[in-house]
Design a protein around this ligand. Structure first.
Ligand SMILES: [Zn+2]
Length: 115
């Protein structure tokens, strides 16, 4: 990518602004028992379907139950989070490339090896 650092920043900001909601973690369907002592579904071992969101918080694995109504939005958030991570990866490489071009420019219009 041959863009100036300012263009890299503008492109990054615009891309990230479109990627909301965002989240990092994973969503899984689970079956859990309820608290009713006479529940037929629990007695038959069927239990109750639910969703769980698992994520890392300072290295610790944590999870939260998710209400079904939130599942589509959370899925989108996780997908957006992955795109943001990909953009961050590109941003690191672009930062180094831009710095090298800057150094090469100072060394005299592309002469010498970029550092
Ligand atoms: Zn039950």
């Amino acid at each position: 990518m041959r863009s100036a650092p300012d263009e890299d920043e503008k492109g990054f900001r615009e891309a990230v602004a479109r990627l909301w909601p965002a989240a990092k973690g994973s969503l899984a369907q689970v079956r859990r028992p309820c608290t009713r002592p006479t529940c037929g579904a629990c007695r038959r071992g069927e239990k109750h379907p639910g969703w769980i969101f698992t994520f890392r918080d300072q290295g610790r694995l944590r999870c939260r139950y998710v209400r079904p109504a939130l599942v589509p939005r959370l899925r989108r958030a996780i997908a957006n989070g992955r795109e943001i991570e990909a953009l961050l990866t590109q941003a690191g490489a672009a930062l180094i490339a831009a710095h090298r071009r800057e150094q090469a420019g100072r060394a005299g219009k592309g002469k010498g090896r970029p550092r």
